[in-house]
Design a protein around this ligand. Structure first.
Ligand SMILES: [Ca+2]
Ligand SMILES: [Ca+2]
Ligand SMILES: [Ca+2]
Ligand SMILES: [Ca+2]
Length: 512
């Protein structure tokens, strides 16, 4: 995130997806870049700490949120579960979590349809990072719904209360978009709004514009100011997702918006739609979000067929001070077959040097490139990218999933950043079959599907040592006849995430 810069000579920035504690460290001239927070205006944190990103209970350690639904069996309603687990000097203790199911209304059915019986589905309806939006020293959670968004306020005891935000559409990203040091919220205009796709009679296309709620927020959820920008290209391009990061390195977060539309959609022709682009860059400025053109390497424009990209992640993998954009080479209608890294620069993503593409065949990338019964293309290598500094060298690293690998058992690969950007050199693969991973592989082929290890992924410094732990979710993880799903926390060492002393918990057991 743009405002997280070193107080010393190092010029490495953190991003919204790099968690605060990942930025902890001491910058010293002449040494490799070290990440240090000096970002959001100092607040009255209990321990005097300047920032509280992801620290929901204000104890100085970043925390982790679980959000999803569980279907126990046939004809049973899905049960939602939202909880926070807390970091500490020894990492995350699943027994200490707090659920906040009672603070926000359920949206039953939205994610439950199509779930396998007895499976856990991650629905990702809590925005990352968890930032201190009301500036009381505790990170807060933004819970996303179709038409209602909630600010769940942190406290010494974790999630304390929830207030509704004045936002009638799904929130997409948290970042400091106007550079005043206070985190803001953007709702770009998610596909749920309809847009061109299902609203042929709509005349008020301005109503489909993207919204910005500028912080700081009051205790009752009132933003300091609000703004709008045309993130939906006149309402014609519903949004599949958005990634925030300071791609031009000016200290304000920017936004890459991923369109969600079909080029073949007849309405584009019939109703006289303008030329549209699938992936667009918006620059954060003092005056609001300003359209700065298509992301050329990704945009399929008006004639490129169905949009292939879902969303990605942002982080400074080459340590030059500009956030870089990491995107799976796949999308809503196809599994990923690798990732593309577009380096940040003065003109945004793609203007900071030649792009990097990494797949399972790239030098240094370990793992199974043999096709199984479902075919190698079903691996989905590159999905769910997460950014953090796993080895504490000051360069952001990237974890990606291949949830379909090995007939659905799944795996996770950690790729290292460095002065030349992201590469396969030194990459690590972790799966349920890796030595030392607690709990045995349970899934595999068959109509019930596999574990899908890597279906959820985060890099977060839970023990505050400057290296981000790897947190992996597997929604299909089975115990006996049920699939409660599972999470594993792999502690980061100087060599990166280690399977030694890994912690396992079932998602719905966090916080009781
Ligand atoms: Ca904490
Ligand atoms: Ca707060
Ligand atoms: Ca910027
Ligand atoms: Ca960079």
């Amino acid at each position: 995130m743009g405002r997280y810069r070193s107080a010393a000579s190092a010029t490495v920035f953190c991003t919204v997806t790099v968690l605060l504690a990942a930025c902890a460290g001491t910058g010293t001239s002449g040494e490799p870049p070290v990440l240090e927070p000096s970002g959001y205006a100092p607040t009255a944190t209990p321990d005097g700490d300047a920032a509280a990103l992801n620290d929901v209970n204000g104890d100085g350690y970043a925390d982790f949120a679980v959000s999803g639904e569980w279907v126990r069996g046939v004809e049973e309603e899905p049960v939602g579960h939202k909880a926070v687990g807390y970091g500490s000097d020894s990492g995350l203790d699943p027994a200490e979590g707090t659920s906040f199911n009672d603070l926000v209304p359920d949206e039953p059915g939205e994610y439950g349809d199509g779930l396998l019986d007895g499976t856990f589905a991650f629905n990702g309806d809590v925005l990352e990072p968890m930032a201190d939006l009301d500036q009381d020293g505790y990170a807060d959670l933004v819970v996303i719904g179709d038409t209602e968004q909630y600010l769940v306020r942190g406290s010494e005891d974790g999630p304390a209360d929830a207030v509704a935000l004045a936002l009638d559409r799904p929130a997409d990203a948290v970042g400091d978009f106007n550079g005043d040091g206070f985190p803001d919220i953007i709702a770009a205009g998610r596909a749920a709004l309809g847009g061109a796709a299902d609203d042929s009679e709509r005349t008020d296309r301005e109503a489909l514009h993207s919204r910005v709620l500028y912080g700081p927020f009051s205790a009752s959820g009132e933003p300091a100011a609000t703004g709008r920008f045309d993130g939906t290209q006149g309402g014609w391009v519903p949004v599949g997702g958005a990634v925030a990061g300071d791609f031009d390195g000016d200290g304000r977060d920017d936004l890459v918006v991923f369109g969600f539309y079909w080029e073949e959609d007849a309405r584009f022709e019939e109703r006289g739609a303008p030329q549209v682009e699938s992936v667009v860059y918006f620059r954060g400025t003092d005056e609001g979000m300003v359209a700065a053109g298509a992301v050329q390497e990704l945009s399929v424009g008006y004639t490129g067929g169905p949009v292939e990209y879902e969303t990605g992640a942002a982080g400074d993998v080459d340590g030059d001070g500009d956030d870089d954009l990491i995107v799976p080479n796949g999308g809503v209608f196809s599994v990923s077959s690798g990732i593309t890294v577009l380096y940040g620069g003065p003109e945004g993503p793609g203007s900071g040097g030649e792009k990097t593409e990494i797949d399972q065949e790239s030098p240094g990338v370990p793992g199974d490139t043999e096709a199984d019964d479902m075919g190698e293309a079903a691996d989905g290598f590159g999905e769910n990218p997460a950014v953090g500094d796993v080895d504490g060298d000051g360069f952001a690293d990237v974890a990606v999933a291949a949830p379909g690998e090995d007939e659905g058992r799944g795996s996770v690969t950690v790729l290292r950043g460095g002065p030349d950007g992201l590469s396969g050199a030194g990459a690590q693969r972790i799966g349920l079959d890796s030595p030392g991973v607690p709990e045995e592989p349970s899934g595999g082929p068959g109509p019930e599907g596999g574990d899908r290890f890597g279906a959820d992924l985060s890099l977060v410094d839970l023990d505050g040592d400057g290296r981000t732990e790897l947190v992996v979710g597997a929604g299909g993880y089975r115990r006996g006849t049920e699939r409660p799903g599972g999470y594993w926390v792999f502690t980061a060492t100087e060599e990166g995430p280690s399977t030694r002393d890994a912690v396992f918990f079932a998602p719905q057991s966090l916080g009781g």
